[in-house]
Design a protein around this ligand. Structure first.
Ligand code: PA5
Length: 463
């Protein structure tokens, strides 16, 4: 069971009950119709990802797990890694009985070097995931990984230790697959990175890790099929999207997702990218300047009660705090009677930790509500592959519908390109060298005159 309770969004200074969006509202119905049209025309394909053929992926992964491999190194970034990472992070040990999984995402040379020193090339399967095949971070680390494998086991064996997940036809990685005969899986062309967790992008590493991918996909499918026609889409995810946007219009333009379960914190990272990259847009589909988007913020209960909640409750009233709450945890501990417990805390003795955790969540939610802060709650009866699948699918729908309500293109990310091109130019790409120089000149003039020195050269005597 997974449900969304938005009652904390209504009240004085928040949304009024009369404003409660309904699936009959024209705007919401139109958004649902437009999105359905994109599905029907094949322009947007994530709606079909819960139908991904699981058997070949699972059978292939089982074969690999019977070979010499103990570990997999998953190389990818953004939508090509966050989904699998989030799902694996939510898994209990019984759901991770396959290869140990390591993600190579960031380019920090210290982390990359540590990873390649730590892993054994004899027993590591390298899974490279990139739809475009041109992502600097991914292809640089893949080049290092391939050299590392070849140096250790030779080219022939290395070719049996590489798995590529990429576009079925285009891109440089596809060409390399054809040339070297690596294992390969395709990403449907009409499914963008951040909507691709239920394609081989997420399912291949998850199946290799021994995660029950069938149950994950089934959870997503059940959520999809429960609200499958336009009216049902409008009155479920459409209403949730509209509530989020109505709050943003009122100035609650920061969306804090606060997980009261460590196993769900990866989902918050996944959600942050989905929401930010999909809805943060300068122009709408008509070409008008709009600068849409609300800022997604990650928070972890109870840790951030001791770090962020002071701000959320007493700082600017611009945040909608959505809680991830779990009814039933898979493990439990009880606080024992103990002479070390201060008398003022003796009421804790004999309490289950889940009860204390739950009370802290209830206390924080109530305190925020009392201060007129909008709150909502995603309630999981338990953390399992089905509820995770339903959550992933639901947020993809809410995000896509929010994009339609805003009239923007949810599925592109033009704002990421400029930074990438400047980096290419700095690294010597002839097409972008001039751009990089221009940008550098502009920013250097600015920073060198304004930088404040806090620490000079080290004193050689101190080291
Ligand atoms: O959601 C997206 O489209 C992006 O976050 C991409 O997934 C990310 O930039 C990686 O791209 P690629 O899969 O082409 O390497």
């Amino acid at each position: 069971m997974l449900n969304f309770d938005s009652s904390g969004l209504y009240g004085d200074g928040l949304l009024s009950p009369e404003e409660r969006p309904s699936g009959d509202d024209d705007e919401i119905l139109n958004a649902a119709r437009t999105l359905q049209g994109r599905f029907d025309e094949g322009e947007v394909g994530f709606v079909h990802t819960p139908d991904t053929e699981i058997d070949p992926i699972v059978a292939w992964a089982e074969e690999r797990r019977k070979e010499q491999f103990t570990d997999q190194l998953v190389i990818g970034i953004g939508g090509s890694s966050l989904g699998a990472r989030a799902v694996l992070h939510s898994a209990m040990p019984k759901h991770r009985r396959g290869l140990d999984t390591y993600f190579a995402e960031n380019l920090d040379p210290e982390s990359v070097d540590r990873l390649f020193n730590f892993l054994d090339p004899e027993t590591t399967l390298v899974v490279v995931i990139t739809k475009s095949g041109t992502t600097v971070e991914t292809m640089s680390q893949f080049a290092i990984a391939r050299r590392w494998l070849i140096d250790a086991v030779g080219e022939q064996r290395a070719n049996r230790q590489i798995v590529a997940v990429t576009d079925p036809e285009s891109g440089s990685l596809r060409k390399l697959v054809d040339e070297h005969g690596w294992f390969d899986f395709s990403i449907p062309p009409n499914v963008g990175g951040r909507f691709s967790v239920l394609t081989p992008v997420g399912l291949v590493p998850l199946a290799l890790a021994g995660y029950p991918v069938r149950a994950l996909v089934d959870g997503a499918k059940r959520a999809r099929d429960r609200h499958s026609d336009v009216d049902a889409i409008a009155s479920s995810w459409g209403v949730v999207a509209a509530e989020h946007l109505a709050l943003a219009e009122r100035g609650f333009d920061q969306l804090v997702m606060m997980s009261y379960a460590d196993r769900l914190t990866g989902l918050v990272d996944w959600f942050r990218q989905l929401w930010a990259e999909s809805l943060g847009k300068a122009t709408n589909r008509r070409g008008e300047t709009v600068h849409t988007g609300t800022t997604p913020i990650k928070a972890v209960g109870v840790i951030d009660q001791h770090s962020q909640v002071q701000l959320y409750r007493e700082g600017p009233n611009d945040k909608h705090i959505t809680f991830l709450e779990v009814d039933q945890f898979d493990r439990e501990r009880t606080i024992p009677q103990s002479p070390s417990m201060p008398a003022a805390l003796s009421h804790l003795e004999g309490q289950r930790l889940s009860r204390v955790f739950g009370a802290e969540l209830e206390g924080t939610r109530a305190a925020l509500q009392q201060a007129g802060r909008p709150t909502s709650t995603w309630r999981f009866d338990a953390i399992n592959p089905s509820t995770i699948g339903a959550f992933l699918y639901s947020w993809q729908m809410i995000t896509a519908l929010a994009g339609e309500l805003l009239g923007i293109n949810t599925f592109d990310q033009p704002g990421v390109e400029l930074g990438k091109n400047i980096a290419h130019g700095l690294l010597g790409h002839p097409d972008h060298r001039q751009l990089a120089q221009q940008m550098l000149d502009a920013t250097e003039a600015h920073t060198s005159s304004e930088a404040i020195q806090f620490l000079g050269e080290p004193d050689p005597a101190v080291g």
